[in-house]
Design a protein around this ligand. Structure first.
Ligand code: NDP
Length: 283
């Protein structure tokens, strides 16, 4: 029977430390400020933005949410980003995805000052990531690395299979895993046989957004399974892994909810503080 990788508890543990760090910064007159730009009415995005806002409040981090209509032009969002880039009181900027059709999210990301890029998704910071010379990382990917580190699961020399190749999860995670000497396979919807890779994997990360994508036949006994997926099924949240079946085969497994999700939000908050310290030249 597998053991649970408790992302929620780890997030809470890290949050206690972060809260104290924020208090100390504030005593020195430094107020971390985090800005989220949300364009349109995507219901899931609104939930995520609300969660970030609540978590920032709990940490004592100030935040501003720019809720823009779905008809907003790209130019106008770029102007807002310019304004936030120039404002010295702003330490972190992120654009909530997805963005409406008329807006090319890559144009927005290119415009964010890499020093305020709290999501680690600007081309400059993604480049730094692949060069193993980074100061900010995409939150979900770094959250997964911290979770493994916390449970003393070493990735060096391990076979890692990542299902999903998005810019926000799969690709940055592949970079971080390579940096830690794992052998990485990045799989996607055009992969001919997922199980050929997953059955060889010591660690499997699933970030596809498809419930029950990873079944127990696809998993080697004793593997570590990380479920990033969030799917709403009959009013409940489930991941991409057939949890009940895979639990009996895996050595470690993350639940959904309570696994990767809370760590993503926590790491985002940590990066706001990290960028704040950096902006003020504090090590
Ligand atoms: P994307 O839709 O951007 O990417 C999904 C990836 O999965 C794509 O690379 C796609 O392949 C691949 N994929 C989809 N279906 C299959 C399949 N049947 N077989 C193999 N590969 C498949 O999603 P995101 O990366 O943004 O998010 C993935 C999931 O993780 C979602 O459920 C999302 O809600 C969740 N998520 C959770 C977070 C958390 O904190 N817990 C944070 C971010 C995301 P292809 O490229 O070929 O289309």
């Amino acid at each position: 029977m597998g053991k649970i990788l408790d992302g929620k508890s780890l997030a809470n543990l890290r949050a206690q430390k972060l809260k104290k760090e924020v208090e100390i910064l504030k005593q020195d007159g430094i107020n971390p400020l985090f800005c989220v730009i949300n364009i349109g009415d995507d219901p899931a995005s609104k939930v995520y933005v609300k969660t970030k806002k609540r978590r920032a409040q709990e940490m004592g981090i100030e935040q501003k949410i720019y809720q823009l209509p779905s008809t907003e032009s790209e130019e106008s969002v770029l102007n807002l980003i310019d304004k936030l880039n120039q404002d010295p009181s702003v330490h972190g900027i992120m654009v909530q995805m997805p963005t409406p059709e008329q807006i090319n999210v890559n144009h927005l990301l290119e415009r964010i000052d890499p020093e305020k890029d709290v999501d680690g998704l600007t081309p400059t910071n993604i480049g730094h990531l692949w060069q193993s010379d980074h100061f900010v990382e995409p939150a979900t990917a770094i959250g997964i690395m911290k979770l493994l580190e916390h449970y003393k699961i070493n990735v060096a020399g391990k076979n890692v299979a990542i299902i999903g190749r998005s810019n926000i999860v799969g690709k940055p995670l592949a970079a971080l895993m390579l940096e830690k000497d794992a052998s990485v396979s990045v799989l996607h919807s055009k992969t001919k046989s997922l199980s050929t890779y997953t059955r060889m994997a010591d660690i499997i990360i699933v970030a596809a957004g498809q419930e029950n994508l990873l079944t127990s036949e696809m998993v080697k006994k004793g593997a570590v399974v990380i479920d990033v997926g969030i799917n709403r099924v009959e009013g409940h949240l489930v991941g991409d892994v057939d949890f009940k079946q895979v639990l009996s085969k895996a050595r470690w497994i993350t639940p959904v909810p309570g696994g990767v999700g809370p760590l993503t939000v926590e790491l985002l908050m940590e990066q706001v503080v990290k960028l704040t310290r950096r902006a003020h030249g504090i090590k």
